[in-house]
Design a protein around this ligand. Structure first.
Ligand SMILES: Nc1ncnc2c1ncn2[C@@H]1O[C@H](COP(=O)(O)OP(=O)(O)OP(=O)(O)O)[C@@H](O)[C@H]1O
Length: 257
C-alpha cells in the first residue's frame, strides 16, 4: 500500500434540498388546480416547492489533493460546496470535515461601501488572522491582487471596482492564509489571464502546504492546470470521480466542450 493518506472531507450519501416559498404556479394556474385535486406531498406546506439539488453524493478528499468540480449549469456544484462549508444543511447523509473549510465564492462577504484597504483587514480578521499578521501581510495581499497597478484603487470603496477587480481582491485575501480545506467557486473566472496564472500558482502552493483545494470552474484549462482529480456532477448526481485526464475526456465527449 502507498503511504497513509489523511482524509480532510468525507461526504456520505449527501442529499440537499432547497425549499422555495411561494414558487408554485398562480392560484388559477393549471398546475395549482391539479395539485389541489391530487393533494400535496406528505407534510409539505402549501406553496412550497422543493428543488432536489444534490442527490446521493459520496466521496473522500485527502490532504494535498486539488479537486475540480465540473458539470453543466445547475448541476449542483456550488450547492455541494456550500454544504461542505457548513452553509447549507443536508436533507440526509453526512459531511465530515477536518477543521473549518473556507469557501471563497464570488459573493464572499466583503463590504462594498468600505475601501479595499478596510476589506483586507475585515477579511483577514474574519479568517481568524490577528491584526499583527494582517499588518505583516497587507502589502503582499495588495500586490498579489494587482488592484493598485492602475492607480490607487485600494483606498476607494469596493463598490467602485469592476467585478474582476473585486474577485481578485477576494482571492488575494483568502489566499493570504493557509487553509486546511479551501474551496474556490468560479473566483478565477473573472480575473484576466495574468492573474489566473498567479492564482493557479498559489493554489499549487496551498496544496503543498498540506491542504485540500476544491475548485469549481467552467474553465477546463484551469482544472487541467491545477487539479489531479475531478468530480463530475450532473443533475445533482456524481457521474464520475477520477483522474483529471479521464474525467475531462469523458466530459468533453459528452458535452462537446
Ligand atoms: N437558493 C436556491 N434556492 C432554490 N434553488 C436553488 C438555489 N440555489 C440553487 N438552486 C437550484 O439548485 C440546482 C443546483 O444549482 P447550483 O447553483 O448548485 O448549480 P451549479 O452546478 O453550481 O451551476 P452553475 O454552473 O450554473 O454555477 C439548480 O437547479 C438551481 O436552480
Amino acid at each position: 500500500m502507498a503511504e497513509t493518506r489523511i482524509p480532510t472531507v468525507i461526504a456520505d450519501d449527501v442529499h440537499i434540498v432547497y425549499r422555495v416559498n411561494g414558487a408554485a404556479g398562480g392560484k388559477g394556474s393549471a398546475t395549482a388546480a391539479l395539485s389541489r385535486m391530487v393533494g400535496r406531498g406528505k407534510g409539505e406546506p402549501r406553496g412550497v416547492r422543493k428543488v432536489h439539488a444534490v442527490r446521493g453524493v459520496s466521496f473522500t478528499a485527502y490532504r494535498g489533493e486539488a479537486i475540480g468540480l465540473i458539470g453543466t449549469n445547475g448541476s449542483g456544484k456550488s450547492t455541494l460546496l456550500r454544504a461542505i462549508a457548513g452553509l447549507l444543511p443536508t436533507e440526509s447523509g453526512k459531511v465530515y470535515t477536518d477543521g473549518q473549510p473556507s469557501l471563497l465564492g464570488v459573493n464572499a462577504a466583503l463590504m462594498g461601501d468600505l475601501t479595499g484597504e478596510r476589506n483586507v483587514i475585515l477579511g483577514g480578521l474574519a479568517m481568524g488572522m490577528s491584526r499583527e499578521e494582517i499588518r505583516e501581510r497587507y502589502q503582499d495581499i495588495v500586490d498579489f491582487s494587482g488592484i493598485n497597478e492602475k492607480g490607487d484603487f485600494i483606498t476607494l470603496p469596493m463598490r467602485t471596482y469592476s467585478s474582476g477587480m473585486g474577485a481578485r481582491l477576494r482571492f488575494s485575501i483568502a489566499a493570504a492564509k493557509n487553509h486546511d480545506v479551501l474551496m474556490i467557486d468560479e473566483a478565477l473566472a473573472t480575473g484576466d489571464r495574468k492573474f489566473q496564472i498567479r492564482s493557479e500558482e498559489r493554489i499549487r502552493e496551498l496544496r503543498k502546504e498540506a491542504g485540500t483545494v476544491f475548485l469549481v470552474t467552467h474553465s477546463n484549462k484551469s482544472i487541467k492546470d491545477t487539479c489531479d482529480r475531478v468530480l463530475w456532477l450532473e443533475k445533482g448526481e456524481l457521474l464520475m470521480d477520477g483522474p483529471t485526464d479521464e474525467v475531462l475526456k469523458a466530459y468533453e465527449r459528452e458535452t462537446g466542450k
